[in-house]
Design a protein around this ligand. Structure first.
Ligand code: 13P
Length: 247
């Protein structure tokens, strides 16, 4: 069995104006012989200009969310088809900031995954426990439950990934121990095999939450870690490259 190709994706969240495209250009220019696929997911306003700025480079552009429907009366929302037309190749779905801030349920995330596949986007589906859930000993159950609820069967045979992002590690500078990451990633892999059979070995399982150049090598080489979803440290090319080149 060959390991899935790693994916290192930057999630710019609600950060970035046109001037920030220079960081994306510098990232593309600084990547050496990476084994990983590299993506940047800017705010939707920058998808098209970033595709232009990165033309000719291997760096992919992604989105951070999509609506389940292809079109309709959904003020302020964007469909997978729109994001794909703007130049996105991937889309982050079910990020904890959307689960917590907008009440996104596993069922809604699964509907968005369906939409992403319909629109031609590769989903990166996020799961992760809160600190209270971890302290209560529920981390494995919560995360594997999110995996079961957020991943529709039609993902079999498609390109996609899971991102394990403990909520308490996002933007805090805290990270789980390598043993905790490996325990969770193994549990996610076992769940994917139960759900998808042999296809459950295909998607890389990314780790996200306070990944920085200083901790990237240890995290990226941990068992069952197939890349990273990087927030703050993806905004500056020097930091993002330090992570990419740690693999
Ligand atoms: P930080 O890397 O800033 O902790 O954010 C992680 C994250 O939420 C990526 O989606």
């Amino acid at each position: 069995m060959t390991a899935p190709t790693p994916l290192i994706a930057g999630n710019w969240k609600m950060n970035g104006l046109a001037a920030s495209l220079d960081e994306a250009r510098a990232t593309a220019a600084g990547i050496g012989q990476s084994r990983a696929r590299v993506a940047i997911c800017p705010p939707a306003t920058l998808i098209r200009p970033m595709r232009g700025a990165l033309a000719g480079s291997a760096v992919l552009v992604g989105a951070q969310d999509c609506h389940p429907q292809a079109s309709g009366a959904f003020t302020g929302d964007l469909s997978a088809e729109m994001l794909a037309e703007a130049g996105a190749r991937l889309v982050i779905l079910g990020h904890s900031e959307r689960r917590a801030g907008y009440g996104e349920t596993d069922a809604l995330v699964a509907a968005k995954v369906h939409a992403a596949l319909r629109g031609g986007l590769e989903p990166i589906v996020c799961v992760g426990e809160t600190l209270d859930q971890r302290k209560a000993g529920d981390a494995l159950g919560v995360v594997t439950g999110q995996v079961r609820g957020s991943l529709p069967p039609e993902l079999a045979g498609r390109a996609w990934s899971v991102a394990y992002e403990p909520v308490w590690a996002i933007g805090t500078g805290l990270t789980p121990t390598t043993a905790q990451i490996e325990e969770m990633h193994r549990a996610i892999r076992a769940t994917l095999r139960e759900m998808f059979g042999g296809d459950g070995d295909m998607p890389p399982i990314l780790y996200g939450g306070s990944v920085k150049p200083a901790n990237a090598a240890e995290i990226l080489h941990a068992a069952e870690v197939g890349g990273a979803l990087v927030g703050g440290a993806s905004l500056k090319a020097a930091d993002f490259l330090g992570i990419i080149n740690a693999l």
